[in-house]
Design a protein around this ligand. Structure first.
Ligand code: F6P
Length: 458
């Protein structure tokens, strides 16, 4: 292997540059040239294929900073459509012209699907990323538990769990945590800490919506910000129980903080917010408004009595408020856990290609006695009988439905990721970076603009 390509596809995450950095450093050691393809799969379909050599003379370019959020080679949600013969031919022709021996795609489930048609003519490996932490399996045989919507009487894919709570072990999880997840949870926990004191001061109920699509891992991890209740998309909402819990908490402390995963569902399984048909070629749905819908439901149920005494002279309507943390979960500097393992996974992807692997995924495994290690899995292992890849959901054993919080296993799951997730330099970055006087005089230095001087075209 003399020359490989690398691209970042799908929504950005904080640790993409760290993954690219790890891959480039490993390639330097192996004497392999790395071509960074601009704008993900869109770059491959561009007749001029904008690209940059990321390690001229096997030296990593200085623009590639593993501590920096975003991706210096850009991303897009464009995928090579295997059904469109013409697209496939363009990608094939361009990859050949680039003269590369293998391709590393950094992304999530949509990126694997985008990689599939390319795998048929070029070795490809996926380095995982997603803040949603939904790329992986709770155990290797999990895909066989999915029933097609046509077979069941629901319009939703249904997972028939074969393994009970006592049979789920942390060491069985395939791809324990994806780069980007830890930083997203860090942002959420900080946000909750700030929302808390304002809810507390004004005796309000805050409903905070977090990302994650149909998967509740970010919501689960939000427990570090000590919300009173956490609602995850995997468990349809039980309004009676929620109302009872909330009344109890409000009577006790005169304020409350609730976290909702954006894919939260009603008792009958329908989404609480709206689901827009996707503009994302990967087919991912767009979720919106779970927190706002929950606010309306709760306002109707709670009435004004609850707020009369603690909020006299203030409108009961304003007692409940919603906040969406939004894209700040995806942006900015990755914390140490993400940087470190993203770089390792990037390096592992290069090793897999060098070892002649194709259509496989570099994974991060955990074993309670030995900690984290790197491994790999065939992309096909993630597919169900119909060839679908489903987002990894929070397993029921990780969530306590009654207390609406992580269960004991859920907490055991979180601790290895987060206990030492922040480095001293992350804190120093905040201390010295934010209020640096230079920020007042110098404009933002865009790394994608800096890279322009290295961009080549076919
Ligand atoms: O998959 C990552 C993610 O951030 C989801 O959590 C969220 O629903 C979605 O992307 C948002 O997508 P966009 O950036 O296109 O609005």
């Amino acid at each position: 292997m003399k020359r490989i390509g690398i691209l970042t596809a799908g929504g950005d995450t904080p640790a993409l540059n760290a993954t690219i950095f790890g891959a480039v450093e490993r390639a330097n050691a192996l004497g392999v040239e790395v071509v960074g393809i601009q704008r993900g799969y869109a770059g491959l379909l561009d007749p001029r294929v904008p690209h940059a050599i990321l390690n001229p003379l096997y030296t990593t370019i200085p623009e590639l900073d593993p501590c920096r959020g975003g991706t210096l080679i850009g991303s897009s949600r464009t995928y090579v459509d295997r059904k469109t013969h013409e697209q496939l031919e363009i990608a094939k022709k361009n990859l050949k012209a680039l003269n590369i021996d293998g391709l590393i795609c950094i992304g999530g489930d949509g990126t694997i699907n985008g990689m599939q048609p390319i795998v048929e003519f070029l070795p490809c490996v996926l380095a995982p990323k997603t803040i949603d932490n939904d790329l992986g399996l709770n155990y290797i045989d999990e895909p066989s538990e999915w029933n097609s919507p046509q077979e069941g009487n629901s319009s939703r894919w249904m997972e028939q769990r074969m393994r009970g709570s006592d049979q789920v072990r942390l060491e069985d999880i395939i791809n324990y945590a994806t780069p980007g997840y830890a930083t997203a949870v860090f942002v959420v926990a900080q946000c909750l800490e700030r929302i808390r004191t304002t809810a507390e001061s004004h005796r309000r109920i805050a409903i905070v919506e977090v990302m994650g699509r149909l998967s509740g891992y970010i919501a689960l991890g939000s427990a570090y910000g000590q919300p009173d209740l956490i609602l995850i998309p995997e468990v349809p909402i039980n309004l009676e129980l929620l109302e009872a819990q909330l009344r109890h908490i409000y009577e006790l402390q005169h304020h409350a903080v609730i976290v909702v995963g954006e894919g939260l569902r009603e008792a009958d399984g329908t989404p609480l917010g709206s689901r827009r048909a996707s503009t994302d070629p990967a087919g991912n749905i767009m979720l919106e408004g779970a927190a706002a819908s929950l606010k309306d439901l709760l306002a109707r149920r709670l009435g004004s009595d609850l707020f009369e005494q603690p909020r006299s002279f203030e409108s009961p309507d304003s007692a409940l408020f919603t906040r969406k943390i939004g894209h700040t979960q995806r942006g900015g500097r990755p914390i140490l856990f993400d940087r470190f393992y993203a770089a390792q996974l990037g390096g592992k992807a290069v090793e897999l290609l060098a070892a002649g692997e194709s259509n496989s995924i570099a994974t991060l495994q955990y074993e309670p006695k030995h900690g984290f290690s790197l491994s790999s899995v065939s992309a096909n292992k993630l597919r169900d009988r119909w060839g679908e890849i489903h987002p990894r959901e929070v397993h029921p054993s990780m969530y306590d439905v009654e207390r609406m919080r992580p269960s004991s296993l859920g907490m055991d799951y979180l601790k290895p990721i987060f206990t030492n997730a922040i480095g001293w330099d992350d804190m120093e970055f905040i201390r010295s970076g934010i209020f640096s006087p230079g920020n007042l005089t110098s404009r933002y230095q865009s790394v994608t603009t800096d890279l322009q001087k290295r961009i080549r075209f076919l």
